[in-house]
Design a protein around this ligand. Structure first.
Ligand code: PEP
Ligand code: MN
Length: 345
């Protein structure tokens, strides 16, 4: 069950509602927004009696039953789409958003060149890891704070919003100072301490699907972030592990429309990690536009053969520019469909 208080309900009203819910044997999970308080009601009890009672309680605007285990992120909670603003650009609105950049921030020259190239080609956000989750402890682990500072410099030069990975709850404050959007990587999708701390980070979160995670588990992880106070979560399909070895991961292309049926949160596609192969990125990108993703996140490097990570799945700057041109007719169709959808709501 979820209930929202009227805008500017008094503290007494909120406390009274909380007490009533406890009397019915439920636990309360409240999110205090600027305008109104939304309360998640969880546990086992007499739902109908509790709903009826709450609807008649002063200060309550609406109480509703939500059957999905993920409450705040479900379509039952919000029918339309949630658009999330990052550095002035909305993800989940009427614009198809391109995010691009290297796997890792490596040097000032590399990040500046990439930022300028992808901005000129039409990207709105620069991605780049300063903290890298690597399978081997002997591989490049990221430039950390120095990398964050380089990303800031690239933002100042190009105006691009910055998306960068956060790996530990200890680093949330530091990364949030530099990032416009905090990326949670596949390997940390179920790092619940991290998810909880991102509830209070004050930045949108890009949550990537774990490589062996179900769609339901992805939504439950998003629910952690929202339930801890941050409604601005973007989901990302980045391929999952299967028996197939022709690609690095198997791109679960159906995950995008499935998520669009289950949640109001924006959903983007990462064709780079989903395939592991540069040659496949344009085809998967076209697919992403066609199935109604809200944007794409693409790895781009000025010289992929010298990249310290994920060079094989990185487009060159020229490759990214060409792909952006090829995508335009598809994006035009996307925009028409999205405008019609938004106008019908
Ligand atoms: C990345 O974006 O570079 C990355 C490590 O992605 P994932 O967490 O999806 O593997
Ligand atoms: Mn990568």
């Amino acid at each position: 069950m979820i209930m929202s208080m009227r805008p500017h309900a008094t503290r007494e009203e909120i406390d009274h509602v909380t007490e009533r819910i406890a009397e019915f044997g439920y636990k309360v999970h409240s999110i205090e927004g600027e305008e109104r308080v939304v309360i998640g009601v969880v546990g086992v009890g007499d739902v109908t009696a509790c709903l009826e009672s709450l609807e008649a309680t002063p200060g309550v605007e609406r109480a509703m039953r939500i059957s999905a285990p993920y409450k705040f992120v479900s379509k039952e909670f919000r029918k339309g789409r949630s658009a999330i603003k990052i550095n002035g650009t909305e993800v989940g609105g009427d614009e198809f958003v391109m995010m691009a950049g290297p796997c890792s921030v490596e040097s000032e020259k590399q990040i500046m060149e990439t930022a300028e190239g992808v901005a000129a080609a039409g990207a709105k956000m620069l991605r780049g890891g300063a903290f890298k989750p690597r399978t081997s402890p002997y591989d490049f682990q990221g430039l950390e704070l120095e990398g964050l500072k380089l990303l800031r410099k690239a933002k100042e030069q190009t105006g691009l919003g910055i998306i960068t990975e956060i790996m530990s709850d200890r680093d949330v404050e530091m990364v949030a100072e530099y990032a416009d959007c905090m990326q949670v990587g596949a390997r940390n999708m179920q790092n619940f301490a991290l998810l909880k701390s991102l509830g209070g980070c004050g930045r949108p979160v890009l949550l990537k699907r774990g490589m062996s995670s179900t769609i339901k588990e992805l939504l439950m992880s998003a629910e952690y972030i929202v339930a801890h106070g941050n409604p601005n979560v973007i989901l990302c399909e980045r391929g999952i592990r299967t028996f197939e070895t022709a690609t690095r991961n198997t791109c679960d292309i159906a995950a995008v429309p499935v998520l669009n049926e289950l949640t109001h949160l924006p959903v983007i596609l990462d064709p780079s990690h989903a395939t592991g192969k540069r040659s496949l990125i344009p085809a998967l990108s076209r697919a992403g536009v066609a199935i109604g993703a809200d944007g794409l996140i693409i790895e781009v490097h000025p010289c992929p053969e010298k990249a310290v990570s994920d060079g094989a799945q990185s487009l060159t700057l020229g490759g990214f520019r060409d792909m952006m041109k090829e995508l335009q007719p598809y994006i035009k169709l996307w925009s028409g469909a999205r405008s019609a959808e938004l106008a019908a709501v």
